[in-house]
Design a protein around this ligand. Structure first.
Ligand code: PLP
Length: 508
């Protein structure tokens, strides 16, 4: 087939087929993609097609080959990392926007919803009248916030860093539990990754404010320019929330920009039990949140909030472009003003960050909030926090489970323990590999004070009560089985009583 023109008006047919494929995927009729990896790899390894197959065949390939061999992230039992599958409303909104308003810059209903949804997010998440801009993820959202910080700090000493570059060494302060995108942002912004000074945490993985104050004083004495203090509102590793008010006061006392990274944890403010932990958020100069994490958007939706977006315009100034000359309406009063979505450019989000062409993302947030409201979102956040506490309670009740850190949000770090296991890290790693191979409960792991922990993070809109108990039951079952296997092997070996799992557990 060689038709080079897309037809008009046949989405109904093809989207319905994709929808049916996705429904089957969500009913988990398929094994893990690794199980039939050879098959789908072989099927996909085709030469560049000279002649196309047509939309019918492409749709079939998407439904038959791609979708069934996708990621486990959307499964209810998936609790790995901080990532989740999108809710239905998010997928529908994405699809609608990709056709009806492919770019966010025109003055369309979608552009309006971009702003409306940012204001809704600010209102819902305790940010008051802060103004936002969407980007593709927390990595970029942090970069945008720290770009504003850089602009602020250098303007204070009489320099425009966006125009003239940097003329002195700078510092960014963040806890040793900060997300690594803080360092990368510092690198990209020309401050240098090493400009990020990591501040020690207390036993609860919260930044120590005394250590922060001491570090700032030392650096000021050395003539370094403080650019930003970064606090976690939900550390990626553990969900810990830094003491936001105390940190904000230190930053304010020195006139330093205060950035709060709430990529994962900001929605936790909806849980009334946790709201006091967010006190001090009002001191922040910039805040980020990832709707594509806890709120259930499809990947590609993050937001940065500041009080006044003109600083973003200065930080991310674009040069004038000939191709826009005469296109954007110049209101010189000689022509009657005609509004048109072709060139009525709406709110200029392209001036507030890194992206010119960019999808409409606000429509996704708007659709999710329209669907279930703040009440629905609150109930979901509370449910996920409860699931982490449920796992923690089970750890306190069972002698073979050790709670490694009290949960703050929806993450619970724990491990399997028993007398006679001489390498708990190794044992729990084995346990985790076996758990993951069963393909039902899928947490990831981390290290708490150097010790390996199973680390479920409950985020999924499809994840319910059964998943917390199911996970704990599976860990107990697999732990007992591993223990029994090793004791059997151990009893055959006259030399040792204790079990060295390094030696006796066969590789998966
Ligand atoms: C996930 C995360 C990020 C990075 O966000 P992406 O959307 O993955 O780019 C930044 N900060 C924190 C605290 C995070 O949890």
């Amino acid at each position: 087939m060689s038709a080079d023109r897309a037809e008009l008006g046949n989405f109904e047919t093809w989207l319905a087929r994709i929808g049916a494929g996705l429904d089957r995927f969500l009913q988990f009729e398929h094994p893990d993609a690794w199980a039939n990896r050879d098959q789908w790899l072989e099927r996909l390894e085709q030469p560049l097609p000279e002649d196309g197959l047509g939309i019918d065949a492409v749709t079939r390939e998407i439904v038959d080959t791609l979708i069934p061999n996708g990621q486990a992230i959307t499964r209810p039992g998936f609790t790995g990392y901080i990532v989740t599958g999108p809710v239905t409303a998010a997928v529908l909104a994405n699809a609608a926007a990709s056709v009806a308003s492919p770019a966010r810059y025109s003055s369309t209903a979608f552009n309006r919803v971009e702003e409306l949804s940012l204001d809704w997010l600010a209102q819902m998440l305790g940010l008051g009248a802060m103004k936002g801009v969407y980007s593709g993820g927390g990595s970029v959202a942090n970069l945008v916030g720290l770009g504003a910080a850089r602009q602020h700090a250098f303007e204070q000493v009489g320099r425009d860093p966006a125009r003239d570059g940097l003329d002195r060494a700078a510092r960014v302060y963040a806890s040793e539990e900060c997300h690594h995108t803080i360092q990368r942002s510092a690198g990209v912004l020309g401050l240098g990754r090493r400009a990020v000074r990591l501040i020690a945490c207390d036993a609860g993985k919260r930044m120590r404010v005394d250590a922060l104050a001491a570090a700032i004083n030392e650096d000021l004495g050395a003539g370094l320019l403080p650019v930003a203090v970064v606090a976690n509102a939900g550390a990626t590793n553990t969900g810990a929330i830094d003491p936001l008010a105390d940190i904000g006061e230190v930053a304010r006392a020195h006139g330093i920009w205060y950035h709060v990274d709430g990529a994962y944890g900001l929605p936790g403010i909806l849980d009334a039990r946790l709201r006091p932990l967010y006190r001090g958020l009002e001191l922040a100069d910039s805040v980020i949140v990832d709707p594509h994490k806890w709120l259930g958007a499809a990947i590609g939706v993050a937001a940065t909030f500041v009080h006044d977006r003109t600083i973003l315009e200065r930080a991310f100034t674009q040069e004038a472009s000939d191709y826009l000359e005469g296109t954007i309406e110049q209101d010189d009063g000689t022509e009657p003003r005609i509004e048109h979505s072709m060139d009525g450019f709406g709110i200029p989000y392209y001036n507030f960050g890194l992206e010119l062409s960019s999808p409409c993302r606000g429509v996704v947030v708007w659709a999710m909030l329209q669907e279930i409201g703040v009440a629905g979102m609150r109930a979901r956040i509370v449910r996920h926090n409860d699931l982490a506490r449920r796992v923690a309670d089970r750890c306190r009740e069972h002698e073979n489970l050790e709670l490694m850190l009290e949960p703050t949000l929806s993450i619970c770090c724990f491990r399997y323990v028993a007398p006679g296991i001489d390498d708990l890290d190794r044992f729990n790693q084995r346990l985790h590999r076996r758990l993951v191979r069963e393909n039902e409960y899928l947490p990831s792991t981390t290290r708490i004070d150097g010790r390996l922990a199973l680390r479920p993070c409950f985020l999924g809109a499809r994840t319910g009560d059964g998943q917390a108990d199911g996970l704990v039951d599976a860990v107990l079952r697999i732990g007992a089985a591993l223990l029994a296997e090793s004791r059997q092997l151990g009893s055959r070996s006259p030399k040792r009583n204790n079990v060295a799992f390094r030696d006796v557990i066969p590789k998966p």
